[in-house]
Design a protein around this ligand. Structure first.
Ligand SMILES: Cc1cc2nc3c(=O)[nH]c(=O)nc-3n(C[C@H](O)[C@H](O)[C@H](O)COP(=O)(O)OP(=O)(O)OC[C@H]3O[C@@H](n4cnc5c(N)ncnc54)[C@H](O)[C@@H]3O)c2cc1C
Length: 434
């Protein structure tokens, strides 16, 4: 490939901070708020102009369950708090039995899950980070880490002001793509993605249904084009893509848009309208930290370094795992923590860790650890994990499964709730069509 030499130049340092969070998806929001609550000065940079990442820009407005399906709450802490932020100013289809945030319910009336209105969620997230004293810098693209050996001194960014730097004691990579860790030299892994294109639509019939039923949610539909992850796609001719190169991203966008256009051509009528398109490519996984073995995801295995219980909450009943602190850090790089869908988890574990509640939980843990390390001047590898666990537990995070669950051991599996109960029933929430 032809190359040119980029000229060396002096660039201005915009700010110095304790903790710098790269990426304002739900994991980054959680990391920033948690770091601020732990006493750090926090700056968050986001390349778009909207918080929420895939959950808002990518139309994934389904906050998967916080419970195991049997009535036990698995996710507390910020995973629970952010669910309530997401539904604060929009419609709220949370089942009554979970509204007051109990630790368990004897007769589950549905899963502890909600769909949310995207604009209302975006505005509530803005308000949330403002109230947490986080300095959010939108429209700013992370370009490269400033490394001194294995330590990151800050990052170089590009925005309307040009190329500038932010210096920080610790950095949280919540980019969804492990951009910071990868460029800092961390060992990462990647995998191919199926195309899923989620877009909003409505027509006169839906509008009439909404008016007749008095339920605004019936007025629109989330149209799912492309493939589903829960079926065998091996014989499907639709191509699959890596999201780690410009070519991969652009090919993915081209094919997913052509699916949307084909659909629109079929539905081209005066009483139908497509209302919005996703504003970021809907890759499930582009790049994540390497390191953790699948063995972590054996149900019932106790981890002394657990930063919280996690579960694939679409399962019924959901199996519960303890996610260890080591999944958030590279063994070598001293001060960049991973948050969200880039944490280290192979095989089935990755399916668990990419769900929104797990992303928020790892965001909270990464932000708290980053603030502790910034305060003590220690490397992330030296953070006192017992102290971190105590801080997380104080906010309602369930660190170890059996200590908590055996208290409610008399709760037995009931009837499996319908899938529609989790993924938004047509009568009860946003509808989905494939
Ligand atoms: C099609 C699809 C369906 C899904 N369905 C569900 C579901 O129903 N329920 C569920 O719980 N989960 C679902 N998921 C998974 C879930 O949505 C994501 O894993 C989760 O939202 C990821 O959150 P995150 O904060 O880790 O990353 P992201 O949401 O990807 O956030 C990353 C943020 O970083 C920003 N960023 C990236 N690069 C840079 C840079 N260089 N500089 C500055 N900022 C940058 C991005 O703009 C973005 O805001 C689905 C995912 C997909 C793709």
């Amino acid at each position: 490939m032809k190359t040119i030499t980029e000229e060396a130049r002096q660039i201005p340092v915009c700010a110095e901070t304790d903790v710098l969070v790269v990426g304002g998806g739900l994991a980054g929001v959680a990391a920033a708020a948690a770091a601020s609550r732990t006493g750090a000065n926090v700056i968050l940079i986001e390349k778009s102009i909207i918080l929420g990442g895939l959950a808002t820009l990518g139309h994934v407005c389904v906050y998967l369950p916080l419970d195991d399906g049997l009535g036990h709450k698995i996710y507390g802490g910020m995973a629970e708090e952010l669910l309530h932020v997401c539904i604060k100013y929009g419609f709220n289809n949370l089942p009554d039995c979970w509204r007051d945030r109990p630790d368990y319910v004897r007769n589950p009336c549905g899963r502890y899950s909600a769909t949310f209105n995207i604009p209302a969620c975006v505005l509530a997230l803005d308000e949330f980070l403002l109230s947490e004293n986080v300095d959010v810098i939108f429209d700013t693209n992370f370009c490269s880490p400033i490394m001194e050996g294995d330590t990151c001194r800050g990052v170089i960014v590009e925005n309307k002001s040009g190329r500038t730097a932010y210096l920080a004691k610790t950095v949280v990579d919540a980019s969804g793509d492990a951009d910071v860790l990868y460029r800092a030299g961390a060992e990462c892994e990647t995998q191919k993605n199926i195309i899923s294109h989620w877009a909003y639509e409505t027509d006169l019939e839906r509008m009439k249904l909404a008016v007749d039923s008095g339920d605004i949610r019936r007025a629109f539909n989330l149209r799912w084009l492309g493939l589903r992850p829960d079926v065998d796609n091996t014989s499907n001719p639709l191509p699959q893509f890596y999201g780690t190169t410009s070519e991969g991203v652009n090919d993915y966008i081209r094919v997913s848009r052509s699916l949307a256009l084909d659909f629109l051509k079929k539905e081209h009528r005066d009483d139908y309208t497509m209302m919005s398109l996703p504003l970021m490519p809907q890759f499930r996984m582009t790049r994540r930290l390497k390191g953790m073995e699948d063995v972590v995801f054996v149900p019932g295995v106790h981890s002394g370094h657990s930063i919280g219980c996690v579960a694939h909450c679409l399962e019924y009943p959901a199996k519960i795992y303890e996610f260890p602190y080591e999944g958030l850090i590279d063994s070598r790089i001293t001060n960049i923590a991973a948050a969200g869908r880039i944490v280290s988890a192979g095989g089935y574990g990755w399916e668990v860790m990419r769900c929104i509640p797990a992303c928020v939980a790892t965001g909270q843990a990464a932000g708290t650890a980053a603030a502790m390390a910034a305060k003590s001047g220690q490397a992330l590898q030296e953070v006192d994990v017992a102290a971190l666990q105590r801080k997380l537990a104080d906010t309602g995070v369930m660190i170890h499964m059996y200590d908590e669950l055996k208290k409610n051991a008399d709760i037995k599996p009931g009837k499996r709730p319908p899938r529609s109960d989790i993924l938004a029933a047509k009568t009860d929430s946003l509808s989905y069509e494939h």
